[in-house]
Design a protein around this ligand. Structure first.
Ligand SMILES: [Zn+2]
Length: 179
C-alpha cells in the first residue's frame, strides 16, 4: 500500500507505538491500515459416490481441476460464501452437511474452509469461471492435475475417511517446503 485510502497521502511501513509488527501508516492522517488474512470458502459437492470438480477458466492454475471455492464477501457467512461459490463455479445448489477442513496457508495470508455438501437433485452446470465441471469417483480423480495443495489434501482425507465410514473436522497447515 503506497497511498492512504482515507486521505490519499503517502503511507510509510513501520511499527506503530505499542505494536510489534510493521503496518502501513499514513504520513498525514496517521491512520494505521491493518491487513489481515482472507478467507476462502468452498464445498466438497457430492452426488451419490462422486465429487464434483471444476476445471479452472481463470488464472492462477488455468486448466487445472479444483473444488468450487472463492473469497468470502463482506456481510456473508462462511456457509453462504461456500454455497455462492458452488453456484457461481458449478451452477450447483447444495445442502451443507458440515465443516470438513480448515487449511491455514500463512505464506499467502489465506485461510481455506471446505464444507461437505450434497448436490440438490444431482443438478449442476458450468459457471463462467470454469471450463468444464464433472463428477469424479475416487478412482477417476485427476490427482496430477489438481490446482492447489489445499484441494489435494482435502480430497485425500475425504476419500480416506469415507472408506472408514466416519468424517471428522480437520485443521491443517499448508506450509511451503523450504528451498
Ligand atoms: Zn491518510
Amino acid at each position: 500500500m503506497k497511498f492512504c485510502s482515507a486521505c490519499g497521502a503517502q503511507t510509510e511501513y513501520r511499527i506503530p507505538e505499542d505494536d510489534n509488527r510493521p503496518r502501513h501508516i499514513c504520513t498525514q492522517c496517521n491512520t494505521i491500515h491493518y491487513q489481515n488474512p482472507n478467507i476462502v470458502a468452498g464445498t466438497i459437492p457430492v452426488h451419490e459416490d462422486k465429487v464434483l470438480l471444476c476445471r479452472r477458466a481463470i488464472e492462477p492454475r488455468h486448466g487445472y481441476w479444483t473444488l468450487p471455492a472463492g473469497f468470502m464477501e463482506n456481510q456473508e457467512t462462511t456457509t453462504e460464501a461456500a454455497m455462492r461459490e458452488t453456484w457461481e463455479e458449478a451452477e450447483a445448489r447444495v445442502n451443507i452437511d458440515g465443516l470438513y477442513a480448515v487449511l491455514n496457508v500463512p505464506q499467502i495470508d489465506q485461510v481455506h474452509m471446505f464444507f461437505r455438501a450434497t448436490i440438490i437433485d444431482g443438478m449442476f452446470g458450468v459457471g463462467v469461471e470454469s471450463l468444464e465441471t464433472r463428477l469424479f469417483s475416487e478412482q477417476e480423480i485427476p490427482w496430477s492435475e489438481l490446482a492447489f495443495p489445499t484441494i489435494k489434501k482435502t480430497l485425500q482425507l475425504f476419500f480416506e475417511e469415507r472408506r472408514l465410514g466416519a468424517f471428522s473436522v480437520h485443521v491443517m497447515d499448508i506450509v511451503r517446503s523450504p528451498r
